[in-house]
Design a protein around this ligand. Structure first.
Ligand SMILES: Nc1nc2c(c(=O)[nH]1)N[C@H]1C(S)=C(S)[C@@H](COP(=O)(O)OP(=O)(O)OC[C@H]3O[C@@H](n4cnc5c(=O)[nH]c(N)nc54)[C@H](O)[C@@H]3O)O[C@H]1N2
Ligand SMILES: Nc1nc2c(c(=O)[nH]1)N[C@H]1C(S)=C(S)[C@@H](COP(=O)(O)OP(=O)(O)OC[C@H]3O[C@@H](n4cnc5c(=O)[nH]c(N)nc54)[C@H](O)[C@@H]3O)O[C@H]1N2
Ligand SMILES: [Mo]
Length: 767
């Protein structure tokens, strides 16, 4: 068994001073308002704070850089479509402090690496391009022109086009994303991994096979109208707070809600609407009618148990539970599915799920009588070895009920980054379909690369093997967001040049290639002037609505360029201004970019005109109309195995999740208010009965250890906190625990890191 060496620059192990209070029984409400106003006023100029708050998610304002939850089509709340974590995202981007060239003179790379992510993030916004020469200890300023030349030089230095990788995080606008993928493909490679590979890739894979579209099929109206919402593996109170208002509307219309989660997430169970002051006085709404505390990665077992009991009822009274007309007209594989289902025993499935039989029966009673059902999910379903099976099992349930392709029903994978869905639509994918590549060829008269490119996990392995010269990241924090931190660090260090287009300093700037560039860019909140005229960009939300986003704040520094300008600058240096794509023209007025997008991407007709309409426009979605673009033209049932999770007495199933005070790797603060955790992130949440059995006292300091590929990976200094989590399940925060996730532990088909089902042992920490 090999031991992985510790590397202090990857994750500082210092502990702060944990305080654990009770879990909260009310989400949002006054503490949320206090928390977000405090955040804005601590980090922003007051006048910017108000300006931003009033333009947030307004028609004609800017799209929140937080999550991808849609805005209402009709009227919007006056103080912006407000949410605590949206405000925190803005306060983070628009903060007063700056990281200038002087900062880099004062602090060497190694010193910055010894700070926590929270400390690094609070240093402020990046202001000018910086270059780290081979062997240098400090970043030094460079001009934009020099920076572009360094990148172009490294591209020329490739022996094969595939020695360059172009990563994207999901905040990049449609306009920037389209130009970026075009540039990468003109430079000869489909190596376009993105954060989606770690996020909803499993949803795309599961949905494409079964219903022929990789996206959700519902609108906000559908959520309001649904008779039953099942929310699986998602913590909307923290990660999609504006979703709670939609859930409340659904309940007002008589809808019911079932929550399926190993943790009773307070933000999902209770809610007080901050946009409705009367509510704050009277107390809120209990959102979930039924809570099913499933064990980590046992959702397939739970869904099978539910479907077996439904089948039982259907067989007693045919046609009373399943939608036989829908099944007959629109689906394939029903008989195989049912005969396989019958091979399973409800008792075994219930036992494996960890949910009490009465509660499974209560869920069955709710599902049986309803036909307008929506299942919402996020990372709790997508980041497991059998994540694609999770999604397909959800589709099986909905197909039995005829709950796809009609009002108030369907699938709702709730997206993460604010434009992660739009980036895919624009061609950010290592394996775009042939039709898209052919359109690129017809419109731009070049031969796009045929070979599929590398996804995130394949990129890391290829860099690790020393086969990549240039790693270019459009946003994001690749080192910290990816699994197996020590392995990924080595992968990045094996490249010649790492380039990051970023708003904020992060750990990926500190664990770098032989040389490294930081290219600072404008954020969503800022005014983007080109040729003296303000530009706007556009984004696609979780429900397929494309909308404009226009910054309102003065840029942080005159040296910042927009993402579009950076791509055009690099592309021009590397490829020149050919007649088919004039990068200067594209940059001068973003309408030109939208004109070419319209020629390539279906659904964007009259893009420039329609995107200017308040509220934007919906993209077509065939499955919504019961047209299933699968190979056989039908919605497909799937036969799926039960998960086989076996844990030894001293092993636990660990999920790596978000606290209430972070946006992915950006740490807003040290608290996780709803779960009652204050001032510490190095914690492991554990059931009290498991603590007792293993002999851990409250707040004991431990080390977490995983064993994969004959390697012992250790994450030291994690404090045990009692939490009402399912038995034998534990939870830690991402990214601190990513060191424990092996690069080889991935979902089949989607290749998504299985960062929510990591088998660990917990040892007392010896000081
Ligand atoms: N404020 C804020 N907003 C965000 C983000 C952020 O970091 N901060 N991140 C954005 C991004 S990129 C994304 S992808 C989304 C993420 O949104 P979420 O998916 O809500 O984020 P996680 O914290 O990963 O939470 C996963 C949830 O799934 C549960 N879970 C884990 N394993 C299982 C399982 O096996 N079965 C079931 N049923 N449940 C399970 C966990 O208990 C937790 O409640 O949020 C987006 N919005
Ligand atoms: N263990 C574990 N790992 C996970 C997850 C998990 O649940 N558990 N979740 C996964 C998921 S769902 C995702 S989406 C990924 C996230 O992976 P990434 O998207 O790579 O990571 P982020 O932390 O969102 O990126 C933050 C950085 O983006 C830059 N940034 C912010 N705004 C902008 C902008 O407007 N433009 C540009 N150019 N840069 C900007 C800032 O410099 C900031 O430091 O992580 C994944 N990793
Ligand atoms: Mo995500």
């Amino acid at each position: 068994m090999e031991k992985q060496p510790a590397d202090i620059s990857l994750t500082p192990l210092r502990l702060s001073h944990l305080h654990q209070g009770p879990m909260q029984h009310k989400a949002v409400g006054i503490p949320a308002i206090v928390s977000s106003v405090k955040q804005m006023l601590t980090y922003m100029h007051a006048k910017d704070a108000w300006k931003a708050a009033f333009a947030l998610n307004q028609k004609g304002g800017f799209d929140c850089p937080g999550c991808a939850w849609p805005d209402p089509d009709d009227e919007r709340s006056q103080i912006g479509e407000y949410c605590e974590n949206g405000i925190k995202a803005i306060a983070e981007e628009a903060q007063k402090k700056q990281v200038t060239a002087d900062f880099f003179t004062q602090h060497c790379v190694q010193e910055i690496g010894s700070w926590t992510d929270f400390e690094i993030g609070k240093k402020g916004r990046l202001t000018q391009p910086m270059f780290l020469k081979e062997g240098a200890t400090h970043y030094a300023p460079v001009s934009w022109d020099e920076a572009f030349e360094i990148i172009a030089g490294e591209l020329r230095n490739r022996q094969s086009p595939d020695e360059a990788i172009f990563y994207t995080s999901g905040r990049t606008s449609n306009e920037a994303a389209f130009l970026y993928q075009l540039f990468a493909r003109m430079a000869g490679t489909n190596n376009l991994p993105d954060c989606s590979n770690m996020c909803h890739e499993s949803s795309g894979a599961g949905l494409n096979d079964t219903i022929g579209v990789g996206k959700g099929t519902v609108s906000l109206e559908d959520i309001h109208e649904a008779e039953l919402l099942i929310i699986m593996g998602q913590n909307p109170g923290t990660n999609h707070p504006r979703m709670l208002s939609a859930l409340e509307k659904c309940k007002k219309n008589g809808g019911k809600i079932i929550a399926v989660n190993p943790l009773p997430e307070p933000g999902l169970m209770y809610f007080i609407d901050p946009q409705n002051p009367g509510k704050i006085v009277t107390g809120g709404t209990a959102l979930a009618d039924l809570f099913l505390q499933v064990r980590i990665n046992e959702d397939v077992a739970l869904l099978k148990a539910i479907m077996l009991l439904l089948l039982d009822a259907e067989e007693k009274n045919e046609g009373s539970v399943f939608d036989k007309n829908f099944i007959h007209a629109h689906t394939a594989g029903y008989h195989d599915f049912i005969s396989n289902l019958k091979n399973h025993s409800a008792e075994v499935c219930i036992g494996q799920s960890g949910v009490a039989r009465e509660l499974v029966e209560a869920a069955v009673a709710l599902i049986k009588e309803r036909n307008k059902i929506i299942v919402c999910w996020a990372m709790g379903l997508t980041q497991h070895k059998n994540a694609v099976d999770n999604i397909k099992e959800v589709v099986n349930l909905l197909l039995l009920k005829g709950s796809i392709g009609k009002k108030g029903a369907g699938v709702c994978p709730v997206r993460g980054h604010s434009n992660v869905q739009g980036d895919r639509t624009m061609g950010i994918w290592e394996k775009m379909p042939d039709a898209f590549m052919q359109r690129l060829q017809e419109v731009f008269h070049f031969e796009p690369p045929k070979k599929h490119g590398l996804d995130v996990v394949e990129s890391i392995k290829t860099m690790h093997a020393g086969n990549v010269k240039l790693f270019f990241a459009m946003g994001g924090n690749f080192l910290s967001a990816t699994p197996d931190t020590a392995f990924t660090a080595q992968a990045l260090r094996n490249t010649n040049l790492t380039v990051h287009v970023s708003t904020k300093l992060n750990r990926s700037h500190l664990v770098h290639g032989k040389q490294a560039l930081i290219l600072p860019c404008l954020g969503r909140t800022e005014i983007d002037l080109q040729d003296g005229k303000p530009q706007f960009v556009s984004c696609e939300n979780s429900m397929g609505v494309v909308q404009m986003s226009k910054g309102v704040l003065q840029p942080h520094s005159k040296t910042l360029l927009s993402e579009v300008a950076i791509i055009c600058g690099v592309a021009k240096k590397a490829l020149g201004n050919s007649t088919t794509i004039n990068w200067d023209l594209m940059q001068s007025n973003y309408d030109h970019i939208r004109d070419v997008i319209e020629k390539v991407v279906p659904g964007f007709d009259n893009y420039n005109e329609r995107v200017r309409k308040p509220g934007g426009f919906y993209l077509p979605n065939a499955a919504k109309e019961k047209h299933f673009n699968t190979k056989n033209g039908k919605a497909n049932f799937s036969v799926l195995p039960l998960p086989a999770n076996r844990l030894a007495d001293d092993e636990y199933m660990m999920m790596t999740i978000r606290s209430h005070d972070q946006f992915n790797t950006t740490i807003y603060g040290m608290n996780d208010r709803y779960r009652g955790i204050h001032n510490e992130r190095r914690i492991v949440m554990m059931n009290e009965a498991d603590m007792l059995a293993a002999g851990f006292t409250k707040h004991a300091v431990t080390d977490l250890v995983s064993f994969y590929d004959n390697t012992e990976r250790v994450a030291s200094n994690f404090i045990v906190v009692p939490m009402p989590i399912a038995r034998k399940c534990v939870a830690t925060y991402f990214p601190e625990a990513n060191v424990l996730v092996s690069i080889n532990q991935v979902a089949h088909t989607s290749n998504t890191p299985a960062s929510k089902s990591v088998v660990v042992k917990i040892r007392k920490h010896n000081t």
